[in-house]
Write a protein that binds this ligand. Structure first.
Ligand code: XBP
Ligand code: MG
Length: 238
C-alpha cells in the first residue's frame, strides 16, 4: 500500500484554535440571551455538552435532558434553527474581533505543507460561515483557497463521530485514506477519522486532554511539537 503523505485534512474546532470555550460557547450564550431563553452554558457544562457535535444537535440534546417540556412545543424546531442562525452571527463577530488566535504551530504546519506541495483540506462539524471567518481572520483573506476541499456543517447528515465527513472529503480529494493524515483534537474526531480508514494525529486541548486517544497515530499537546518532515518520515515507514 502506498502510504506516502499527499494531503493533510484538518479539523477546525479545538484543532486550529480554541474555538469551543472562547468562541462557540459565548456565541451560544449570546443567542440564548437574545431570544430570552434562561439557558447559560458555563465552561464546565459546555465541556460535557461537547460529547454531542453540531450546534443544533447540541441544543436539542440539552433540551431533551434538562428542559424536556420544550420539545412538546411545535415551534421548538424553528426556535433551534433561529437560535443557531443567531449563534453563528455572534460567533463570526467574536472571530472578527480577533478573539480566536490560531493554536501554536498551526500556521507553521500549514506553511510547511504548502511549501512541500502537500494538499490541504478541512473536515469539520461546524458551519461553513464559521470556517471562512476563522481562516480569513487568522491566515489572511486568500487562505480559504489554500484548502482544496472544505467539508463543513450539514453537507453530510451524520456528524462526527460518524466517518461521513471524512469520506466526503476523501471522495472530493480523490485520494485513498492511506495517502492522508487527519488532524484532530477530540475522541469524536478521532473516531470519525479512524472510521474512514485514516491515520490521525491528535493535538490535545483543555477539554480533551483526558480523552482516550488509543488508535491515534500520535498525540501531542500542540502542533508546534511536530514538523511536516517528521510526520512524513514516520508515516512513510508505516
Ligand atoms: C465541532 C463541533 C461544532 C461546534 C459548533 O466538532 O462540535 O458543532 O461546537 O458548530 P469537531 P455549529 O471539531 O469535532 O468538528 O454551531 O456551527 O454547528
Ligand atoms: Mg474538534
Amino acid at each position: 500500500m502506498d502510504t506516502a503523505l499527499k494531503a493533510l485534512i484538518f479539523d477546525v474546532d479545538g484543532t486550529l484554535a480554541e474555538t469551543e470555550r472562547d468562541g462557540h460557547r459565548p456565541a451560544f450564550n449570546a443567542a440564548f440571551a437574545e431570544y430570552g431563553l434562561d439557558w447559560h452554558w458555563d465552561e464546565c457544562l459546555y465541556g460535557e455538552l461537547l460529547a454531542v457535535t453540531g450546534g443544533k444537535e447540541r441544543m436539542l440534546h440539552y433540551a431533551e435532558h434538562l428542559d424536556p417540556q420544550l420539545l412538546d412545543d411545535p415551534h421548538f424546531p424553528e426556535l433551534v434553527r433561529t437560535l443557531h442562525r443567531a449563534k453563528t452571527a455572534h460567533y463570526v463577530r467574536i472571530v472578527e474581533q480577533g478573539g480566536l488566535p490560531l493554536r501554536p504551530g498551526v500556521a507553521e504546519l500549514i506553511d510547511e505543507a504548502r511549501a512541500a506541495g502537500i494538499r490541504l483540506a478541512i473536515a469539520t462539524t461546524t458551519s461553513p460561515e464559521n470556517v471562512n471567518a476563522l481562516l480569513r481572520t487568522s491566515l489572511g483573506p486568500d487562505s480559504r483557497d489554500w484548502f482544496e476541499v472544505i467539508g463543513a456543517g450539514d453537507v453530510v447528515p451524520a456528524k462526527k463521530p460518524a466517518p461521513d465527513i471524512y469520506q466526503w472529503v476523501l471522495d472530493r480529494l480523490q485520494l485513498p485514506a492511506s495517502a492522508c493524515l487527519a488532524i484532530e483534537d477530540s475522541d469524536n474526531g478521532l473516531r470519525a477519522a479512524l472510521g474512514a480508514g485514516l491515520r490521525c494525529l491528535i493535538t490535545r486541548n483543555g477539554y480533551t486532554a483526558d480523552q482516550d486517544f488509543s488508535g491515534a497515530w500520535r498525540a501531542v499537546d500542540q502542533l508546534a511539537d511536530v514538523s511536516l518532515k517528521n510526520i512524513s518520515v514516520h508515516l512513510d515507514r508505516l
